[in-house]
Design a protein around this ligand. Structure first.
Ligand code: BG6
Length: 505
C-alpha cells in the first residue's frame, strides 16, 4: 500500500510512445482523472513523444478520443478537458536519433523558466520492449538524468525476455540511473483490491493468526480473460502467457498473499518482504516441469454467441505457433509459514470468464459431532478475494439452516466495494502515476524482484522450449483451459474455484 498522498510538486512528464496504445487507453485517461480529482501538481506539463506527425491540437484530440472510449470518466467533464489540454504538448522526434534528445533539454529549460523552479522530470517509456535499451542509453547521458532527486524513469513490463536479458536491462538502467530513480511498473500492484490485501491481512486480528500451513489447505490465483490477443499478435508471439502474466502479475499477487508482516510501509521494507517470498519459492527442476506446469493454446470456436478465430489464425501469429495462451503452475513456498501448502495459479486468454480471484482454502474443521446428514453439505471455510470483474471479498462458512434438526449449509459473507463505499475507486494507473510524481516506489518492482521472478519461471520456459507442444490448440474458447490443467489440481484431490454465477459478467 502506498503511503497517504499529498499533491505532488511541479512535474514535467515526457511519454515516449506518446501516440501508442498504452497512452491512449491508460496513461492519458489516468492523468486526466488525477487532474479532475485535484491530484495533479499546480504546475505541470505532459509531452507526448513519437514519430507521427501530430501538432498539439490534433494530438490533444487523439487523446480525448481515447478518454471518451476508455476512461472511467468519459467526455470533457464540463470543460475540465479544455483546461487540462493546455498542459498537453506533442514532440515529434525520432527516439533512435541521439541528436534529437536536445529537444527534450530545451523543453526542460523552457518550463523551468516558466515555473520559476526546476520541476521533477519524469520519462515514461510506453514503448515496445525492444526500443527500451536504445532510449535508456540515449536518455541517460543527458545532464538532467544525473539529478537523482528530480528525474525519474518509468519502465513498462516486460522487463526483459528471460533472466539473461532482464539482467542486461537492469545493468543498463543501473549504469544510467540510480535504482531509486527507476520505476518498473506492474499495473496489478496499483489495483485497489490488490492493495487491500495488505489491509485485510495486517489491519485485522482475525486472519493473520490462521494465515499459515496449520489452517490453510492451499491457495489459488486465477487470472483469466475472455479476450484473445487483440491485435497484439506480434508482441504475444515472443511472449506467451507465462512471460506476459505469470512472471509479473501473478507472482506479485502471490507475494502479497504470502509475505510476512512488514515492520512499516516503507518502499524497501515492503519490497524486501516480497522478495523473501520469491526467494523461498521452490525451483522446479526442468525434468519435473510436466508435473508442475501445464500450457495451452486456444483453438477457433464460439464465445458468447460470437465466432472467434483460434490463436494460430490471429493477425501476425505463425500458423503453426507454439506460443502458449494459457499457463497453470503449482508452486511451493519453502518457509516456516507455507511448507507443504500448494499455490496453484492459472491464466489464459479466451476463457469462460474475465476473472481475477485469489482463493484461500482453509482446512476442514472436524465434523464428528454433527449428525451424518450434516456432512453432506460440509465445506471447509474459504476466503475469496475478487479483483475482477467485481471487487469484493467473501468468506464462506457453515451455517445452520432454519428449522428443526441440524442441517448445515455453506453461506457467504460478502464485503463488496460497490456497496460499502460511494467513492469511485481510481484506476491502477492513476495510483501508480501519482506515486511516481510523489517519488513513492512501494508499488513498483525493484531490480532484485524482477530477477528473482525470472529465476522462478526460467526452468518452465526452458523445458517448454526444449519440448514443443504436441497437442496445440488444446482448449476451446469459452472453456476453462486444457484438460491437463484440471488434472494438475485434481491429482491432489482439489479443484479450481470460480466465482458463483451472480457475480459473473
Ligand atoms: C497486461 C498483459 O499486462 O495485462 C495483457 O500484457 C493482459 O495481455 C492485461 O490482457 C490484463 O490486465 P487487466 O488489468 O485487464 O487484468
Amino acid at each position: 500500500m502506498s503511503s497517504n498522498h499529498k499533491r505532488p510538486p511541479s512535474a514535467l512528464i515526457f511519454i515516449f510512445g506518446g501516440s501508442g496504445d498504452l497512452n491512449h487507453r491508460k496513461l492519458s485517461p489516468a492523468l486526466f482523472n488525477l487532474y479532475i480529482d485535484n491530484w495533479m501538481p499546480e504546475k505541470f506539463d505532459i509531452v507526448g513523444i513519437s514519430r507521427r506527425p501530430y501538432d498539439d491540437n490534433s494530438y490533444r484530440n487523439h487523446l480525448l478520443n481515447g478518454i471518451n472510449k476508455f476512461s472511467r470518466r468519459k467526455d470533457d467533464q464540463n470543460g475540465a478537458w479544455a483546461q487540462f489540454a493546455e498542459h498537453i504538448h506533442y514532440l515529434q522526434m525520432d527516439a533512435e536519433n541521439e541528436a534529437e534528445y536536445q529537444k527534450i533539454l530545451e523543453i526542460v529549460q523552457q518550463k523551468e523558466q516558466e515555473y520559476g523552479e526546476h520541476p521533477q522530470v519524469i520519462f515514461y517509456l510506453a514503448v515496445a520492449p525492444q526500443l527500451v535499451p536504445g532510449i535508456v542509453s540515449k536518455l541517460g547521458p543527458l545532464n538532467i538524468c544525473a539529478d537523482t532527486k528530480c528525474t525519474r524513469v518509468v519502465v513498462e513490463k516486460p522487463f526483459g525476455h528471460d533472466l539473461k536479458s532482464a539482467l542486461e536491462l537492469n545493468k543498463l538502467l543501473a549504469s544510467m540511473f540510480d535504482e531509486k530513480q527507476i520505476y518498473r511498473i506492474d499495473h496489478y500492484l496499483g489495483k485497489e483490491t490488490v492493495q487491500n490485501i495488505l489491509a485485510l491481512r495486517f489491519a485485522n486480528a482475525l486472519f493473520e493468526p490462521i494465515w499459515n500451513r496449520n489452517y490453510i489447505d492451499h491457495i489459488q490465483v486465477t487470472v483469466t480473460e475472455t479476450v484473445g490477443v487483440e491485435g497484439r499478435g506480434e508482441f504475444y508471439e515472443s511472449s506467451g502467457a507465462l512471460r506476459d502474466m505469470v512472471q509479473n502479475h501473478i507472482l506479485q499477487l502471490l507475494c502479497m498473499v504470502a509475505m510476512e508482516a512488514p515492520v512499516n510501509f516503507d518502499a524497501d521494507e515492503i519490497r524486501n518482504k516480497k522478495v523473501d517470498v520469491l526467494h523461498a519459492i521452490r525451483k522446479i527442476s526442468k525434468d519435473q516441469v510436466h508435473n508442475h506446469a501445464v500450457r495451452g493454446q486456444y483453438g477457433a470456436g464460439w464465445l458468447r454467441a460470437e465466432e472467434v478465430p483460434g490463436y494460430r489464425q490471429e493477425k501476425n501469429v505463425a500458423p503453426d505457433s507454439d506460443t502458449e495462451t494459457f499457463a497453470a503452475v503449482k508452486f511451493h513456498i519453502d518457509n516456516w509459514r507455507w511448507q507443504d501448502v500448494p499455490f496453484y495459479v492459472r491464466t489464459g486468454k479466451r476463457m469462460n470468464e474475465k476473472e481475477t480471484i485469489i482463493t484461500i482454502q482453509f482446512k476442514a474443521a472436524p465434523n464428528y459431532a454433527f449428525p451424518p446428514e450434516a456432512a453432506d453439505t460440509w465445506r471447509p471455510n474459504r476466503l475469496t478475494i475478487s479483483i475482477a470483474p467485481e471487487m469484493d471479498i467473501r468468506l464462506r462458512f457453515q451455517a445452520k439452516r432454519p428449522g428443526q434438526g441440524v442441517s448445515l449449509s455453506p453461506v457467504d459473507m460478502i464485503f463488496s466495494y460497490k456497496d460499502a463505499y460511494t467513492e469511485e475507486e481510481p484506476e491502477a494507473y492513476e495510483t501508480l502515476l501519482l506515486d511516481v510524481m510523489e517519488g513513492d516506489a512501494t508499488l513498483f518492482m525493484r531490480e532484485d524482484q524482477v530477477a528473482a521472478a525470472w529465476r522462478i519461471i526460467m526452468p518452465i520456459l526452458e523445458a517448454w522450449t526444449d519440448r514443443p507442444p504436441v497437442d496445440f490448440p488444446n482448449y476451446s474458447p469459452g472453456s476453462w483451459g486444457p484438460e491437463d490443467a484440471e488434472a494438475l489440481i485434481a491429482r491432489d484431490g482439489r479443484n479450481w474455484v470460480t466465482l458463483p454465477p451472480p457475480h459473473k459478467e
